[in-house]
Design a protein around this ligand. Structure first.
Ligand code: UD1
Length: 430
């Protein structure tokens, strides 16, 4: 097993390059199943979630090769529609996009219920399935598998009563080849929705309105391969922006789209950090202790829920009381238990965390409960006095490329260390 060992209380100073967006890549890679052709996709992050998705595509007959570490060639000409079983989906939440892509291509999909990040509450997919039904698919479940089948998919008007990134993407994937026009109302507007639409349009799809609340999709008969470069990762960039401010550092974060970072920049400025925007980079610095502010997570363009744990770490070190409300997920404060072990003063009341800023955190052994909780623990460790050891870093590897290398290059003392699985030790003695 592996853990991160961090010696904290040092400012991060220097430059960090941002990798391709995980949440765009997990949608774009299965979208290649919608054509039997060859794709060259650049800016693909080398992280566990993406490698799991590539492994699934390979298991279906796609040929995967690499022009370089971040450029992947995908040849889908010999893909056979089949069943995607739990062994492949158990570590990847976004494996549900295979449902939309296979349904769109073959009118039939059988995919195991996904595993992946669990924030501590339920992650339903009822809206995805309602969207498929509206397009004419019959949905059933069979031994942990979701089965979607249609004689013919027909365009439809779909209103989502809740804004859902996953359901918007899945319906887009299923509808691009459906006969007629599909209209998605109350669609999610995240940057990766726009990125997927741009990719699908380059494949020959006719999608308008991505990035707004209403997406219109005119079904086409055939799609084809293309070359595409994935957008930079908004959340990876945001994580390093917060790390710069929390450590009283000065980071130039490169290969970003500053507009995507607006909600994070606005809150950092409100806390007193300096944020300077350039064409494709952003600089964040803080000269001393910042002051707290209130945060409420919302669908894009609101403050992203995937930045909530990291920002809460910063607020735990700011002057004054901050209130953090997560209006997207019901139970996304599980990581607070870990943070309080490092001296943070946080109380949970329903969907809100009340954060009383402390002057310092103290290093402690903690664990990464999920991907962004893990990122929060890294920021806490970088700020804390003494040594922080983070276990369960497998979650962090799902979404952050080269985190040790990138942080070490800007002055952090962080190492990936092997340690024996305590359960094995017990088993051996027994
Ligand atoms: C995506 C992101 C995840 C992020 C989330 C919200 C990916 C791979 N993951 O997850 O990191 O935290 O957006 O920005 O892009 N809901 C339903 N029924 C559904 C689907 C969702 O009730 O069928 C609810 C969820 O419980 C949640 C809310 O809608 O309360 C938003 O979820 P959604 O936007 O679908 O999140 P994901 O696409 O799963």
């Amino acid at each position: 097993m592996e853990k991160f060992v961090i010696k904290g209380n040092r400012p991060l100073i220097g430059e960090i390059d941002i990798s391709g967006a995980k949440n765009a890549a997990v949608a774009i890679l299965p979208a290649t199943l919608l054509a039997k052709d060859v794709f060259l996709i650049e800016n693909v992050p080398d992280i566990r979630d993406i490698n799991s998705m590539l492994q699934i595509l390979e298991s279906m007959g796609a040929q995967i090769s690499y022009a370089n570490r971040s450029t992947v060639k995908i040849d889908t000409r010999h893909v056979q529609p089949g069943t995607v079983d739990y062994e492949l989906t158990k570590n990847l939440r976004a494996s549900y996009y295979l449902l939309g892509a296979m349904l769109g291509m073959y009118n039939s999909a059988k995919v195991a219920m996904p595993g992946g990040c669990n924030f501590g509450g339920v992650r339903p997919i009822d809206l995805h399935l309602k969207g498929f039904s509206a397009l004419g698919a019959m949905i059933s479940t069979d031994g942990g598998m979701i089965v979607a089948k249609a004689n013919k998919l027909l365009g439809a008007s779909i209103y989502f009563d809740k804004v859902s990134v996953g359901a918007t993407i899945n319906v887009m994937l299923a509808a691009v080849k459906a006969r007629g026009i599909t209209i998605i109302e109350n669609a999610a507007r995240e940057p990766h929705i726009v990125d997927l639409a741009n990719f699908l349009n380059l494949m020959g799809a006719r999608i308008k309105g991505a990035g707004t609340e209403v997406i219109k999709i005119e079904g086409v008969g055939e799609l084809h391969g293309c070359n595409y470069s994935i957008i930079p990762d908004q959340i990876e960039a945001g994580t390093y922006m917060v790390a710069a401010a929390a450590t009283c550092g000065d980071l130039l974060i490169k290969n970003v789209i500053p507009k995507h970072l607006d909600p994070i920049s606005a809150k950092l400025r409100e806390c007193g950090a300096t944020v300077e925007e350039f064409d494709d980079s952003i600089r964040v610095s803080a000269g001393g202790r910042l002051h707290g502010c209130n945060i409420k997570t919302m669908p894009h363009p609101g403050f992203p829920t995937d930045m909530q744990p990291q920002f809460t770490v910063l607020l735990s070190l700011c002057e004054g009381i901050s209130i953090v409300t997560d209006s997207v997920w019901d139970n996304r404060f599980r990581y607070v238990d870990q943070l309080t072990r490092m001296g943070a003063q946080i109380q949970i009341e329903g969907k809100a965390a009340i954060v009383q800023g402390s002057a310092a955190l103290k290093g402690a052994p903690v664990k990464a409960d999920d991907l962004r909780a893990g990122a929060a623990m890294i920021i806490a460790g970088l700020c804390a006095k003494g040594t922080t050891e983070i276990e369960d870093i497998i979650h962090i590897d799902r979404g952050y490329e080269d985190v040790v290398k990138k942080l070490t290059a800007v002055g952090a003392t962080i190492a990936r260390v092997n340690f024996p699985d305590p359960q094995n030790v017990v088993a051996k003695r027994a």
